[in-house]
Design a protein around this ligand. Sequence first.
Ligand SMILES: [Zn+2]
Length: 48
Amino acid sequence: MKCSVCGHIFDPAKGDEGVAPGTDFADVAATWICPVCGAVKDKFQELK
Ligand SMILES: [Zn+2]
């Protein structure tokens, strides 16, 4: 998944700020925000 605002990549295998490695993006808390720009989870788009 990629942040449409700043381009930050969420890698499920690595996890992210406050997200354990191996966590599926669908399982990330709805309140989670981009650690770089603070965009809400809805701003993330699937990497094609
Ligand atoms: Zn961002």
